[in-house]
Design a protein around this ligand. Structure first.
Ligand code: PEP
Length: 252
C-alpha cells in the first residue's frame, strides 16, 4: 500500500540558530505522534542535513535534500553529489523543483541523470512536475506534465520507479497563496497515475505516492488529502513553523 507523505521544503530559509530551533520544535511535536501509514520528511538547506538526520533518526522523521548534482564526482565547485548525501544517511532528495527548473535552467535530461544517481545511492527522489499559469490557461497542462514525467522518469524499470515519489506542483500555486482546488489536484493526480499505469501497469502505479504542492496549509490540507489520488503534500511556507507543519500532518 502506498504511503501518505508530508514533506517540508525549507528552501533557502533559516540561519543556523533558527534551523536548530525549528528542528527542536519539530522533534518535540513529532516524537510522540502515532504514524501508521504516514511518513514525515524534512528537507532543510544542505548545510543543515547532517544535524537534521541526527535529530530525525530519534524523532520520527526522515530527511531529504533539496537538490543534488547530475555528476557523480569531481571538479564541480559548489555541487553536492548523491553519494555525499548517502554518506549522511539522507533518505530523500527533491528533484526538478520548479524554482530549479526556472532559475537554474535544469533540463529533463539532467533531471533524469540526477534521478539515476540518487537511485544508485539508494536515495528516493521526490520528483516535481507542474505547469505554469500560461500553460494551464492554454489547456496545455496535461501535456506539460506528461512530458516532464516521461522524459525524466520513463527510462526507469519497475523496481526503480517504485522508489520514486512524485510531487505535482502547479507553479502558479507555489508561494502565491493560490491553491489548486481539490478537483483540479485530483484530476491531475489521476492523470499522472494513469500515465504510470499505461507504462508500468496498474499495480505499480497504485504503489507510487503522488503529493500535491502549492500553498498547501493547515486550512486546505484535509480537503486536498481526502482526494483519492492525493497521497499527501510537499509543503513550502507552511513547513517553516512546527505548529503549522504539525497541523498539516494531522490532516490525514
Ligand atoms: C514548494 O515550494 O514546493 C511549495 C509547495 O511551496 P508553498 O507551499 O510555499 O507554495
Amino acid at each position: 500500500m502506498r504511503k501518505n507523505i508530508v514533506a517540508g521544503n525549507w528552501k533557502m530559509n533559516k540561519n543556523f540558530e533558527e534551523a536548530d530551533d525549528l528542528l527542536f520544535d519539530l522533534a518535540e511535536s513529532l516524537k510522540d505522534l502515532e504514524l501508521e501509514n504516514e511518513e514525515v520528511i524534512i528537507c532543510p538547506p544542505a548545510i543543515y542535513l547532517e544535524m537534521s538526520t541526527d535529530v530525525g533518526l530519534e524523532n520520527n522523521f526522515s530527511v531529504g535534500a533539496q537538490n543534488c548534482s547530475n555528476h557523480e564526482v569531481g571538479a564541480y565547485t559548489g555541487e553536492i553529489s548523491a553519494a555525499m548525501l548517502k554518506s549522511l544517511d539522507v533518505q530523500y532528495c527533491i528533484i526538478g523543483h520548479s524554482e530549479r527548473r526556472k532559475y537554474f535552467k535544469e533540463t529533463h535530461d539532467e533531471l533524469a541523470e540526477k534521478v539515476n544517481l540518487l537511485l544508485d545511492n539508494s536515495i528516493n527522489p521526490i520528483f516535481c512536475c507542474g505547469e505554469v499559469l500560461e500553460e494551464r490557461e492554454s489547456e496545455k497542462h496535461f501535456d506539460i506534465v506528461k512530458g516532464q514525467i516521461s522524459d525524466s522518469l520513463f527510462k526507469l524499470n519497475k523496481e526503480e520507479l517504485l522508489n520514486v515519489v512524485i510531487a505535482y506542483e502547479p507553479v502558479w500555486a507555489i508561494g502565491t497563496g493560490k491553491t489548486a482546488t481539490s478537483d483540479q489536484a485530483q484530476e491531475m493526480h489521476a492523470f499522472i497515475r494513469g500515465l504510470l499505469s499505461e507504462k508500468y501497469g496498474e499495480d505499480i502505479a497504485n504503489e507510487i505516492s503522488i503529493l500535491y504542492g502549492g500553498s498547501c496549509n493547515a486550512k486546505n490540507a484535509k480537503e486536498l488529502f481526502s482526494q483519492k489520488d492525493v497521497d499527501g503534500g510537499l509543503i513550502g511556507g507552511a513547513a517553516l513553523k512546527a505548529e503549522d507543519f504539525l497541523a498539516i500532518i494531522q490532516s490525514f
